[in-house]
Write a protein that binds this ligand. Sequence first.
Ligand code: MF3
Ligand code: CO
Length: 290
Amino acid sequence: MSKIGRNDPCWCGSGVKYKKCHLDFDRRIREYGSMGAEVPSHALLKTPEQIQGIRESAKINIAVLDYVAENIREGVTTEEIDRWVYEQTVRRNAVPAPLNYEGFPKSVCTSINEVVCHGIPSDKVVLKSGDIVNVDVSTIYNGYFSDSSRMFCIGEVSEEKKRLVEVARECVYKGLEQVKPWGFLGDMGQAVHEHALKNGYSVVQDIGGHGIGLEFHEEPWVSYVSERGTEMLMVPGMVFTIEPMVNMGTDEIYQDEDDGWTIYTVDGKPSAQWEIQVLVTETGYEILSY
Ligand code: MF3
Ligand code: CO
């Protein structure tokens, strides 16, 4: 992992000698690696300064979603939500990360009912009573990235759909309980999946979460149908998203051929998703964005 000498300054930027800083930490990671575990590279472990930068970005992301929460209602178009997100982001001297990301044309993803994720805002899409909608906001501030999403129930929503929304939220926090150093991402993924299955739902397999912080999408790719003891070792300083897509029916999905973005459920049944961004700390986790 490192050819750094014991008396050299530590790779983490602390200025302290390696032997007094991350030497034992690196040994521990190496041990897991030699037992066959997937382990993070140093590049995935954020320094205190980077974590502070990501926190600042996340504060803006939260504020933008709070603004959406206060204003979203029946009759609003998803284009208006896009405008809110753009304005609320730039007035805080930040940039919406989705805008022009790999050709994405808008500042936010708005995904209604059977749309699983990556819905594109449009002035032709009006929120109506009974809809469930995910608003997925991502921010770049001072070069640091944040990402979280929430569900909103519009007007009178059926008990069936309300329950899907509630269980999807619970899945995130069941997963979060498993986030701690020297555990595995699969511990989190299994907890998410089990809670969805227990409630009669499925979890999308083909789209996952991601590391984030210095880029929008970093390693690792994060599954929510993984198994305990598998996937990447969780180490203090890692930042990633928990964002399972929970479906009422089949987990099968397809992509819109015309716009190249929108993902739908194959059976047309609703899908719900909440996303939080978390930091692995020395003792457990810190929620950065929600
Ligand atoms: N916010 C999405 C995520 O959770 C990213 C969507 S990419 C976009 O990873 F271009 F559609 F915004
Ligand atoms: Co994400």
